[in-house]
Design a protein around this ligand. Sequence first.
Ligand code: HEM
Ligand code: NFK
Length: 284
Amino acid sequence: MTVEKNTRKLDKGIVRDFTSRMSYASYLQLPTLLSAQQPVSKPEHHDEMLFIIQHQTTELWLKLVLHELRSAAAWLRADDLGSALKGIARVKHIQKTLTEQWSVLATLTPTEYSQFRGFLGNSSGFQSSQYRAVEFVLGNKNRKMLPVFESDPAAHAMLDGLLNAPSIYDEFLAYLARQGYDVPQTVLARDVTRAHEFCPELVPLFKHIYENAADNWGAYEACEELVDLEDNFQLWRFRHLRTVQRTIGMKSGTGGSSGAAFLQKALELTFFPELFAVRTEIGQ
Ligand code: HEM
Ligand SMILES: N[C@@H](CC(=O)c1ccccc1NC=O)C(=O)O
């Protein structure tokens, strides 16, 4: 049965007067959010709105990714693996959304982009503090990234804090050690301000966990969740690279890098090298 006149009747109880009540727009601060899309091209280029919104939605989701990953690290520190895994599961869904979202930007043609690219000056995603923060929380620390943020003290302080804090992987390995697993002391006492580097002594431990998953269910599940996180992160980087290639080809970047060649290098980075190395050893 269809609604009369194809028009839905509004329930009597529907609240209409928001002069002294919190409304949708006020709760979500929509006037602030929706006034933050300010194209800089003159005359305004139609497609700059897409470019801005694609970046802003990414930054919003990155804010939540960071919120969840930081709390997952804290749950691990508190020996609550279940709560940590719950947060990571949410992050994985956000990553999938972010990777899918590249298809929207792929509708921006090279010609259209070239018509407003010059207005972007030296601004670049390279200066995304939240993206860098996610890399740091996952363990890909790099102190050399910090000077870019010196003109933004809050961002600089946030990144400096994360640089000096254990990553989610550091917290996981410390958790495993507290659970009685044989985690090398060198790993537990490592300089957390540096990128995690491959530690061969961890591989036999992960081999044991993977080959005896039923007896090590929590640790095994956590390992696989971390593998998913890294996989998803690399898929996002790959889609970014492909979008860059189809939009600006081999041009150098507005941020001053070589462009696609620079982004390609990031695909060789790894957050959890031992969790991938263990694959080679399984069954051997
Ligand atoms: C047409 C679209 C895009 C182009 C042509 C493009 C191009 C580039 C280039 C050339 C770089 C290297 C740094 C530089 O020299 O500028 C870069 C870095 C970066 N871009 Fe984009 N980008 C695009 C869209 C996006 C979007 C939508 C995001 C989402 C926030 C983003 C985030 C980043 C990040 C985080 C980096 C740093 C990556 C790293 O350090 O490995 N980009 N981009
Ligand atoms: N780096 C890009 C410009 C760019 O994409 C961009 C510019 C301002 C803010 C965010 C950006 N996104 C990713 O780098 C380019 O070289 O065309």
